[in-house]
Design a protein around this ligand. Structure first.
Ligand SMILES: Cc1ncc(COP(=O)(O)O)c(C=O)c1O
Length: 390
């Protein structure tokens, strides 16, 4: 017979990562719609400037996804056919897909067991004369070892492109993520710490690359529509390369401007939920995330637990089903990329090649986490995990 708490939970499901949106975001979107300028325009420019100030980077280029940000960063790094790019297998497919889009080969290197972040020693061992770039992923919001990865990139003449999809508030070595690689790529997808529905940003201190990426993000035109139609400018443009349609709209930037203004407050709320999970799940047969590494700020994007069947008595997949039956949505970050059919078959990869990533891939489960969660929902998640493991 299900408990009363279980029945209540089913009646009111806890979503995985509901967006935290306030009246400011809604009002700014309405103002944008009323302004008559919907695509890339003044709000995108303001959002780029505010974002660059937030991370402390000289340039920020807004795009329509982190995938676009990663693709443009690799192109700006000169990655092309025959090149190799070293990255983590414990990531979303976009990180490696863009390497393939450049005509290059993704080369996976294993991750650190305690953090899920790219292991600098494994990354170094994967470098060959064809390697052009390294893409660490700040897994779940925990900054990767950017100091060692920058040294590795400098030693071998490689470009460091950080996949900061999870890590907008992160700090490593006293520097904000966004200033810790030649190119930093952020995601503003619906579940991310800062969301614009879909969206992304690249930060860099490389002025030439910033110019290139701005033009490449909009068909290769040397002037966007806002620049052409503001007073004092001619309506003309030149196409200087076969660019992409990767630009962000003013509707997205309208949301982003206010998401950015609330970013630190919402990070604090997610940190409080994180601490509540740490306390509430202590003693259960699960491995909880380690505390943030000294000298870093963890962006608190994903609260991931590891489920060991021997200790918990059930598998990760069974726990996920039991939580779903109790109205709790969870997710898996990630099934290691080399286990997916495309990467396995195209690059001749197989289970056993990246044992640490596989061990996390098989056992990890992400619990609901969002600044929009109520304390009642947080308690429900904790109670449901206790019930599911009993
Ligand atoms: C680690 C990682 N990299 C890249 C991406 C791609 O981001 P986007 O959906 O903004 O293209 C995601 C999205 O979930 C991600 O988790």
């Amino acid at each position: 017979m299900p408990s009363l708490a279980t029945l209540t939970a089913v009646a009111q499901p806890v979503p995985f990562a509901p967006p935290a949106l306030g009246p400011e975001e809604i009002a700014e979107v309405v103002a944008t719609l009323e302004s008559g300028w919907l695509s890339t325009g003044p709000r995108v420019r303001r959002f780029e400037q505010a974002f660059a100030r937030y991370v402390g980077a000289p340039y920020a280029i807004a795009v329509n996804s982190c995938t676009a940000a990663l693709h443009l960063s690799l192109l700006a790094s000169g990655v092309g056919a025959g090149d190799e790019v070293v990255t983590s297998p414990l990531t979303f497919c976009a990180t490696a897909n863009v390497v393939v889009h450049c005509g290059a080969t993704p080369v996976f290197a294993d991750v650190v067991p305690e953090t899920g972040n790219l292991d600098p020693a494994a990354a170094e061992a994967a470098v060959t004369p064809r390697t052009r770039a390294v893409i660490p992923v700040h897994y779940a919001g925990r900054p990767a070892d950017v100091r060692r990865l920058n040294t590795l990139a400098d030693t071998h003449g490689l470009t460091l492109v950080e996949d900061a999809a999870h890590c907008v508030e992160g700090v490593a070595d006293g520097r904000r993520i966004g200033t810790t690689a030649r190119f930093s790529c952020f995601s503003f997808y619906a579940t991310k710490n800062l969301t614009t529905g879909e969206g992304g940003m690249i930060t860099t201190s490389d002025d030439k690359a910033a110019d290139y990426m701005r033009i490449a993000s909009l068909h290769g035109m040397d002037r966007d529509a806002w620049a052409r139609y503001t007073p004092g400018h001619s309506g003309q443009y030149d196409v200087v390369m076969p660019g992409f349609k990767y630009n962000m709209t003013d509707i997205q930037a309208a949301i982003g401007l206010h998401q950015l203004a609330h970013l630190d407050a919402r990070h604090a709320r997610r940190s409080a939920i994180w601490d509540a999970y740490d306390r509430g799940l202590a003693g259960l047969p699960l491995t909880r995330p380690l505390p943030a590494d000294p000298g870093t700020v963890h962006a608190r994007h994903l609260y991931t637990v590891l489920v060991d069947e021997a200790a918990a008595g059930i598998t990760r997949d069974e726990l996920q089903v039991r939580l779903r039956d109790r109205g709790i949505a969870t997710s898996v970050h990630f099934r290691a990329l080399h286990l997916h059919p495309y990467y396995r078959d195209r690059f001749g990869l197989r289970r056993g090649m990246f044992p640490v990533a596989e061990s996390i891939s098989d056992r990890t489960l992400s619990l609901p986490l969002s600044a929009a969660m109520t304390s009642v929902s947080v308690e429900r998640v904790i109670e449901a995990v206790h019930e599911a493991l009993c």
